[in-house]
Ligand binder design. Structure first.
Ligand code: NAD
Length: 396
């Protein structure tokens, strides 16, 4: 019945904020959103500079010039005034962190669904306000923690959930990079410039930028929530106001212990997010740079390498199978993980607009509650570090 609703008969229309000339993640979003043919980018306010933004939409994306806007407020006003069968359905926010909240709030209140980049807001206060707005408007809000979009991460989650590892004892999650080991912000490097500025990045640098991915990944796979953190943040590069490196000891629920470290000054590491989960009956290991494999190490059997795209993966995890587009041995990675988040997002938009129940086999996608936890994680680590690496409770 629901499938006959008009929202199931057409593509879902996207308006993007950010992602103009020289931007990093906006381009990844546009490609990933396109991957399953369910979404089209029809509008945008792509740049902090109105003129450049308008030009980008027309010259690079061939948009209708009347829908390549100079600002997000202009876009929301004009799109709202368009007939229902023309206007955008949702807004994707791919701006620096300090612009997430104002755009998300305005878009939701104007009646649009929202896909937002992480970290969700500038601070916990904004995150909590956004949580309320999402609830009040009833619109779909998804947060792009893309690393939980990988099929083998979904497999890992299902293995833990099904008890294959037994009780979880310990979690180690790392996210080392090297790209900020020199003060490239002083050269005007676009991505570095705002990330080292507390007004545009938030209370943490590296820990907010990539530590939150590690936090989200650990909680997603294990289903265990962080309850207490002992954090130690450092700005190794002279003159930086925000951390470029951080180490945390973590207490999870149910007695599990953990170590999380994130760094942007670790020479030799490119985008080395990896996780080890140790249980009473075995452990598992996943590396973002080799995302098609999951290592499983049972206590009483040889080490196994599970490989994406095989029937045995699907037999263990329906979402891992659903989020797989190519047969085994044909590598999938970054774009596909983003596309899996868009898959879950679109399924929710269609269910919401047709007022039908979300299908039981819908793809999962991080939401506003995950965003609040991410902001609380940042706040807790910063607080702990400022107090001299004191054990600090994660807010309830
Ligand atoms: P970037 O500096 O490369 O791009 C930001 C873009 O936003 C630029 O085009 C800029 O002109 C535009 N912009 C700024 N203010 C604007 C405004 N008011 N209206 C319209 N456009 C505006 O930044 P980036 O590296 O692409 O990061 C963007 C966001 O994505 C950040 O929140 C970051 O944390 C997140 N990110 C996520 C991932 C991931 O893997 N999930 C990776 C990189 C970045």
């Amino acid at each position: 019945m629901a499938k006959k609703h008009p929202i199931y008969q057409r593509k879902i229309r996207m308006g993007m904020v950010g992602g103009g000339y020289g931007a990093f993640i906006g381009d990844v979003h546009r490609r990933a959103a396109n991957l399953d043919g369910q979404i089209e980018c029809v509008a945008g306010a792509f740049d902090i500079d109105p003129k450049k933004g308008k030009q980008f939409g027309v010259e690079e994306l061939y948009l209708d010039p009347s829908r390549s806007y100079g600002s997000f407020s202009e876009m929301l006003k004009a799109e709202k005034a368009l007939p229902e069968d023309k206007r955008i359905d949702f807004v994707t926010i791919v701006t620096p962190n300090f612009v997430h909240f104002p755009v998300a709030k305005a878009a939701l209140e104007a009646g649009f669904h929202v896909m937002c980049e992480k970290p969700m807001t500038l601070d916990v206060k904004e995150a909590k306000a956004l949580q309320k707005i999402v609830k009040k408007t009833g619109k779909v809000f998804a947060l792009n923690h893309n690393y939980t979009g990988y099929p083998m991460v979904k497999l890992a989650k299902d293995m833990v959930k099904k008890g294959d590892l037994g009780k979880i004892l310990k979690i180690i999650v790392q996210y080392p990079q090297a790209w900020l080991i020199r003060p490239i912000e002083k050269t005007g490097q676009q991505q570095a410039s705002w990330r080292v500025d507390p007004k545009r990045s938030g209370a943490a640098g590296c820990m907010g930028d990539i530590g939150t991915h590690a936090e989200n990944l650990a909680e997603y796979i294990t289903g265990l929530r962080i309850v207490e953190i002992c954090g130690d943040l450092t700005a190794f590069v002279a003159g930086r106001k925000l951390d470029d490196d951080g180490n945390c000891l973590i207490h999870f629920e149910k007695g599990a212990k953990g170590i999380l470290h994130a760094s942007q000054v670790s020479a030799g590491h490119e985008n080395d997010l990896a996780i080890w989960v140790y249980g009473e009956n075995g452990s598992l290991e996943w590396h973002q740079e080799h995302p098609n494999q999951l290592m499983v190490k049972p206590v009483d059997a040889p080490i196994q390498i599970w490989s994406r795209g095989n029937g045995y993966v699907g037999a263990k995890s329906a979402l891992a199978a659903k989020g797989t587009r190519l047969p085994s041995g044909h590598p999938e990675a970054f774009f596909e993980a983003f596309a899996n988040n868009y898959m879950g997002f679109v399924e929710r938009i269609r269910a919401c607009e047709s007022k039908s129940k979300l299908a039981a086999d819908a793809m999962d996608v991080p939401d506003v509650d995950d965003g609040v936890r991410g902001m609380q994680f940042i706040e807790t680590v910063v607080k702990s570090s400022k107090a001299g690496a004191k054990w600090t409770k994660f807010p309830k």
